[in-house]
Design a protein around this ligand. Sequence first.
Ligand SMILES: [Fe+2]
Length: 235
Amino acid sequence: MFSLLVRRDGLIDPPELGELDAHCHILPGIDDGPTDERGTLAIARLLIEMGVRRVVATPHVISDVFPNTTETIVSTVERVRRLLADSGLDLELTAGAEYYAEPELLDRISRRDLLSFGEERHVLFEAPVERAPMLLEEAVFSLKSAGYTPLLAHAERYRFLQTDEDAVKRLRELGVRFQVNHPSFLLPKTSRRGEMARRLYIKGLVDVLGTDMHRAATFAHRNAYAELRRQHRLR
Ligand SMILES: [Fe+2]
């Protein structure tokens, strides 16, 4: 899926993000993404500038914190599609979600009340960073049985995977695919997340890329996208 280039300094060149951003908090007012439509448009403009043409809107679904439903997400996506068209922005928007691995997720799976995307019916989900939750394997198994492909959000971030090669293998064997945040490839060698992203990439375990963008201004600043573009030009 991705081509691998090792630079003279031993670091790898980051893969191209490509035309699809499969993890993005672009919807206004329903999670910790933009608070209003201006913020949504700023994200859309930045994505277009980065070469993205299709984006999956993946707001958090966490029962106590962001109790989003399929209906609220779909109706917000429809509203944002109109907003993008009215603003002359050519960006295809798909309804998705970032589900938290909690008991309510198991209920959703049993009701088939999930927003999936792509031919493989990816369902993006996240877990606590430090320790794998007890229900992780059950959620993965249920998703597979229901015909979905479980897609672990920002797979490079989890301590329980960074420190345990066997845990990575086990999840793969269960059928979990990995989404990696594209900016993580820019992190220095001192960063656990950066090193994990590169390790997964070298092993061919990065299935899907995303920005996990929450706000355009902080994203552009924090992830130094200008620098990334410069590196690509110089390559
Ligand atoms: Fe996210």
